[in-house]
Design a protein around this ligand. Structure first.
Ligand SMILES: NC(=O)c1ccc[n+]([C@@H]2O[C@H](COP(=O)([O-])OP(=O)(O)OC[C@H]3O[C@@H](n4cnc5c(N)ncnc54)[C@H](OP(=O)(O)O)[C@@H]3O)[C@@H](O)[C@H]2O)c1
Length: 270
């Protein structure tokens, strides 16, 4: 197995580290290109993967090519290597946000196996949730291999592409909202006398642990809410304020706004 990465930025670095640490692939089987010598040499030094002279070398040497550049850089990358990709027929994996499979097929060909994958920022700590969808040319084995690749940075699920927008909102954008929530919790504790650094640590652990109770088919959120809300207690007092101030509805509206904005940004791409 030889895996090539075009782009050695934040997301490629997180995925490469996950692949190597999990043993999904050996460093010697991973080839990376990036015109930014700093980004490339940092990744090579950190993980022991090989640096390529350019994108063409990656395509020529890899059975799987991961496109890990910004969406606006994709046209120039395809201009350089699309013909080679069509001729060589590697599995092409794109992590570019807002870039549907149909658009990738227009640059390449519907006959090239293409898998679209959407990780999130939590890949940096190998706790991402990633969505994966293949085109008609991608085989079951190829889709499974991409699921395993993204499984090395957290969980990975196969998802119909029509649901990627909703996924992007609750997996891609929601970490920013969670950071806001954690900071607001901490500020409340600071107001009650706790040092900020300690308050942030406590709030982050509380959020991570609560998420684990719901994750993986655990209890329903309302069952857990009822379990920790004693009659006339402290938790129900705070919960009532959050409901009166409209927190649940604000979050649902934020998801809807994110989905609508993504439709606006990628108008004409689908
Ligand atoms: N970051 C996330 O949380 C996240 C989550 C889901 C999906 N994604 C997707 O992942 C992709 C990469 O995002 P990122 O955050 O990792 O971006 P990034 O840190 O900017 O990484 C992109 C890298 O590609 C390099 N590059 C630019 N032009 C190139 C070319 N022609 N050939 C090869 N490499 C080139 C860039 O170099 P320069 O710095 O010199 O331009 C940079 O090192 C994007 O499409 C994004 O939508 C990211």
């Amino acid at each position: 197995m030889s895996i090539g990465f075009i782009g050695a930025g934040n997301m490629a670095s997180a995925i490469v580290r996950g692949i190597v640490e999990s043993g999904y692939a050996a460093p010697g089987d991973i080839l990376v290109s990036d015109p930014n010598p700093g980004a490339l040499s940092a990744l090579v030094a950190q993980t022991g993967v090989q640096g390529a002279a350019g994108n063409a070398e990656v395509v020529a040497a890899s059975s799987t090519v991961v496109l890990a550049v910004k969406p606006q850089v994709l046209p120039s990358v395809f201009e350089e290597v699309a013909a080679r990709m069509v001729a060589a027929g590697p599995l092409v994996v794109s992590i570019a946000a807002g870039t549907p499979i149909a658009k990738l097929e227009r640059w390449l060909s519907p006959h090239v196996p293409i898998v679209r994958a959407m990780p999130n920022v939590n890949a940096q700590v190998r706790q991402a949730i990633s969505a994966v969808a293949g085109n008609g040319a991608a085989s079951r084995d190829q889709i499974d291999s991409v699921l395993a690749m993204f499984g090395s940075v957290g969980d990975a699920i196969e998802l119909e592409e029509r649901l990627f927008r909703a996924f992007m909102a609750i997996a891609g954008s929601s970490p920013a909202w969670t950071f806001l929530y954690i900071d607001a919790l901490a500020r409340g504790a600071v107001a009650a006398g706790m040092p900020k650094a300690l308050a942030l640590r406590v709030a982050a652990k509380a959020v991570a642990g609560s998420a684990s109770l719901v994750d993986d088919g655990g209890a329903h959120p309302w069952e857990l809410i009822d379990r920790v809300s004693s009659p006339a207690g402290t938790t129900i007092a705070g919960l009532s304020v959050l409901e009166e101030r409209g927190l649940p509805s604000a979050i649902t509206q934020a998801v809807r706004a994110t989905v609508e904005r993504d439709k606006e940004i990628s108008a004409g791409s689908d």
